[in-house]
Design a protein around this ligand. Sequence first.
Ligand code: 13P
Ligand code: SF4
Length: 306
Amino acid sequence: MTVQQMKDEILRLKAENDICILVHAYQNHDIFEVADYIGDSYGLSEKAAAAKQKTVLMCGVRFMAETVKILSPEKTVLLSHEDAGCPMAEQLSVQELRELKAKYPDYAVAAYVNTTAALKCECDVCVTSSSAVKIIKNIENKNILFIPDCNLGSWVAECAPDKNIKLINGGCPTHMRITPADVEKAKAAHPGALVLVHPECKSEVTKLADFAGSTTEIMDFAKKSDCSEFIIGTENSIIEHLQYMCPDKFFYALSKNCVCENMKLTTLVDVYNAVSGKKRCEVVLDDETIRLAKKSLDEMHRLGSM
Ligand code: 13P
Ligand code: SF4
């Protein structure tokens, strides 16, 4: 089968089998072309809740598929590759979080959505990279325990100086590979380029950037900007997507090491296997986990739409 034939088959089978395909922006470009919706974590969580189809295939990592299941328990939710996890989502155990809550009883607990469903059950609200600043500002409590990403957390703390934010020692191993020296090197090589980074980067890196935002916000910024050259500090798939979206502009990687091995596990063949039913990885959660975790996601949508 050629790549084009496989894409055509996927499009035919997803319609025939009533499957919605959600694709995170860190997926390979060929998978974009079979998507019903492409986006960042917040956009995907909204589309998941609104999807009409009975089955949703999440091309991304496990916490994203769990989020779909929490928001749509009546749907069959499939993950594109059974081993696609997120190391950051599991950095903190439920027991460790309970100990932190006991230590800081007066704090509201805000969890980056990149956490397991079990951790979401213990939190007051979830945030995504695109909604974090707004949500943190809208939380009534001044004291906020932010888990697990200390880099996103310190970026949020700078943008919301009225809040007293307690961070822990977690973060994304992919984005943390980018160093301030990488920024200096890339700026010297491309002096006319703007530096766009994800707030999961170390705060020393984010401080050197021209813009920080979620994957969708980075792509929107580059599309709308009058500038024609950009240094991209997030998972390197974004560079290829931007090259297709803006073929007249130039995009450079801040670091060739910024590749998420988990996001890259999914291939077009995995998508084909899922929509054809040949090999499926269904995500199942118990009712109590869904009930408790949903509260923190509902709170995210409430505070995010204020
Ligand atoms: P966003 O899509 O919300 O920017 O998140 C980035 C990420 O690391 C997802 O795993
Ligand atoms: Fe997790 Fe980072 Fe990969 Fe996103 S890029 S899935 S946060 S390891």
